[in-house]
Design a protein around this ligand. Structure first.
Ligand code: F6P
Length: 541
């Protein structure tokens, strides 16, 4: 729908329904509807979703689906998949789904054979990764590559870094990947420590190839390499991933060793394309392609499943339900997998850079809350840190719990204990423990209120057979589409990120004032001027 979704009948119906439902405890919802646990589940690919522990009834789901229809979600999904310019503020198509479409799919957008181009790059990546893994591509001194260092930031870092950690058990060529992103010198210093220039390959990853952090780190890496092996070594130790061939050449990387992508791939949606090169080298092209097949399975599900049975649609609608009707400001993502320890950080960019907007695509201000604040840590670590607030705090924090049936490798039944914790937490969050139950255990009256577990705290549980390249792709695609669903309901452009530009420009403007003795041009504000002065004093300047 164009215009303000909060003025629609469907929104009003949800407001009314919320008024009726908000005071009902999950204990009652389960007691009144014994079939609920069996009914409120969905499967998409290998991702089994239990949403019975949400503060919804079948009626809620029906009303939310009607809201999605009213927002034109079906048409918007087609518009995305077929390459309409739905990124309106940048006038671009949004085609990350094409990065994982099979080679025999067909898609021509703006005169470009999208699938042909995608597979040409994939094949080039495959050939290169195979050569590095087979020790055919060697460093300047003839030694094989032992470490790949990806230099990138944001979408050019978080995706491959998260996925490399997730798939560490599948990295079978004896090649380690490291990831340098921050302009804090500690990052590159720490990551270069222990490396041998003769066996190190740098992948400079930047969509624009203009990003300050990445180019600065890449220059430092170049000096480190050239200092050890000389200028001629650069060709064998630096490759680039970018959309900007001219800038890659300017930096001094042979564009034959550049892996391209296109302006219709957003940075935070890009690690299933060339930005995943370091991952592909580590786990191998076959596993990378299995991951793409996983993404594609969920794409197909999202595009074709009826909304009531559509996992990303339902999860996106639940996000809207809590953000806009319950006023929940945040959403926790809690993977019960140490391998997914970077998944919440990855999701933070995906969700918050996409949906942290306060104007609609048509330029009008939004009239409801948009993107929730995503955060999380793997279980069980989080249980011993912040779960106290989830259980007994004053904030409502809907949470996604992600678990796996099979570990890659078990020890002494540890995996069952891990999973038992997941199930216990979602049950405790939903059902809690009443004062009566606590008193009946003989607890002193004065202590009873402290021990009451209110419950009624909503969770999704996503249960997956095993963490693998395919299921990782499925999980990421699931959340990409959740973001899309939410953005569509809110009527915002989920694919631009203008909000990060001002700070970048101001940092560049301010940098000379930190070092130079010359009187500075106008500071942006008196507080910042004073901070710069104190900083310079502290640095003895
Ligand atoms: O932080 C803003 C941003 O533009 C992200 O959207 C992007 O992923 C990141 O910077 C890196 O950009 P690039 O890949 O062009 O270096």
């Amino acid at each position: 729908m164009n215009g303000d979704i909060t003025q629609s009948q469907e929104w009003a119906a949800l407001e009314k329904h919320h008024g009726e439902l908000a005071g009902i405890h999950l204990r009652e919802l389960f007691a009144d509807d014994p079939g609920r646990a069996g009914r409120m589940t969905l499967t998409a690919g290998d991702l089994y979703l239990d949403y019975a522990k949400h503060r919804v009834t079948s009626e809620t789901v029906g009303l939310l689906v009607r809201l999605a229809e009213r927002a034109g979600l079906r048409e918007r999904i087609e518009a995305m998949f077929t390459g309409e310019h739905i990124n309106v503020s940048e006038d671009r198509a949004v085609l990350h789904t094409a990065l994982r479409a099979p080679a025999d799919a067909a898609l021509v957008v703006d005169g470009q054979d999208v699938i042909g181009d995608v597979h040409a790059v994939l094949d080039k990546m495959t050939a290169f990764a195979d050569r590095v893994r087979a020790q055919e591509w060697r460093g300047a001194t003839g030694r094989p590559i032992a470490t790949v260092v990806n230099i990138g930031i944001g979408g050019s870092d978080l995706g491959p870094a998260m996925a490399y950690e997730a798939l560490l058990d599948y990295a079978d060529a004896g090649i380690e990947a490291r990831f340098v992103s921050n302009i804090d010198p500690a990052d590159i210093t720490g990551n270069l420590r222990g490396l041998d220039p003769a066996t190190t390959l740098f992948v400079v990853s930047s969509k624009t190839f203009t990003t300050l952090e990445t180019l600065t780190n890449a220059r430092v890496a170049r000096q480190w390499l050239v200092g050890a092996l000389g200028e001629d070594a650069v060709a064998k130790h630096f490759v680039a991933v970018s959309t900007n061939a001219a800038k890659v050449a300017e930096f001094g990387i042979d564009t034959d060793n550049m892996f391209g992508f296109w302006d219709w791939v957003g940075g935070r949606y890009s690690y299933d394309g060339a930005i995943g090169l370091s991952l592909m080298i580590a786990v191998g092209p076959a596993r990378f392609r299995a991951m793409l097949a996983g993404f594609h399975a969920i794409d197909q599900h999202f595009r074709t499943a009826p909304f009531e049975a559509n996992e990303p649609v339902l999860m996106g609608l639940l996000g809207v339900w809590y953000a806009d009707f319950f006023g929940a400001q945040t959403r926790a993502v809690l993977p019960y997998s140490q391998r997914l320890h970077r998944f919440p950080a990855y999701l933070q960019q995906l969700t918050m850079e996409s949906n942290g907007k306060s104007v609609r695509a048509d330029g009008a201000p939004v009239t409801c809350d948009t993107g929730a604040i995503f955060w999380g840590e793997p279980g069980t670590n989080g249980q011993h840190a912040f779960y106290q607030l989830l259980h007994q705090g004053t904030h409502l924090v809907p949470a996604d719990f992600i678990g796996f049936a099979e570990p890659y490798e078990d020890r002494e039944g540890m995996h069952d204990l891990l999973t038992a914790n997941l199930f216990a937490q979602t049950s405790a969050l939903a059902f809690g423990k009443t004062a009566e139950e606590i008193a009946a255990e003989g607890t002193a009256a004065a202590v009873v209120p402290h021990k009451v577990m209110p419950g009624n705290r909503p969770t999704s549980t996503i249960l997956v057979p095993k963490l693998s390249p395919s299921t990782l792709g499925q999980l990421v695609a699931l959340y990409e589409h959740v973001v899309f669903v939410e953005g569509t309901i809110w009527g915002i452009d989920s694919f631009d990120q203008w909000g990060v530009e001002l700070g970048k420009k101001m940092a560049l403007d301010l940098a000379p004032a930190l070092t130079s003795d010359e009187p500075q041009a106008a500071f942006p504000d008196p507080s910042t001027e004073r901070l710069v002065r104190v900083y310079r004093e502290l640095r003895g300047r």
